[in-house]
Design a protein around this ligand. Structure first.
Ligand SMILES: [Zn+2]
Length: 119
């Protein structure tokens, strides 16, 4: 990949990572202070549902943070933009839509077909 393009993706990935990390520290604080508030709520079920939803969002966030870090690692090692499975270059269009992707569209589609068959 063109070094300028690599830089562009590095910036995108780092900005996204910064944003998520900032968000994650806010929600950790919210969850910690929530236990005291919960006692005062009349509707405990609402508090619990809200908490469960936030935990789900956090799980998704931490998964994405991991993916972003791996993508940045691949930039460091010079393998960013290569498909994990077949080693071909992933199209720029696909990387722009999904900068953390590790598979080219052919491999991804094949994987999805196999997943669909196994269910
Ligand atoms: Zn591939």
């Amino acid at each position: 990949m063109d070094p300028l393009q690599v830089e562009k993706f590095r910036t995108i990935l780092m900005e996204e990572l910064d944003r998520l990390l900032a968000q994650a520290s806010i929600s950790r604080y919210e969850l910690a202070s929530e236990d005291h508030q919960a006692i005062e709520y009349l509707d405990k079920a609402t508090v619990q549902a809200d908490r469960a939803m936030r935990l789900r969002i956090r799980t998704r966030e931490s998964r994405l943070i991991k993916k972003l870090r791996l993508a940045l690692d691949r930039i460091e090692t010079g393998t960013y933009g290569e498909c994990d499975l077949c080693g071909e270059d992933i199209s720029l269009k696909r990387l722009e839509a999904r900068p953390v992707t590790t598979k080219c569209i052919d491999c991804k589609e094949q994987e999805e077909r196999q997943e669909a068959l196994s269910h």
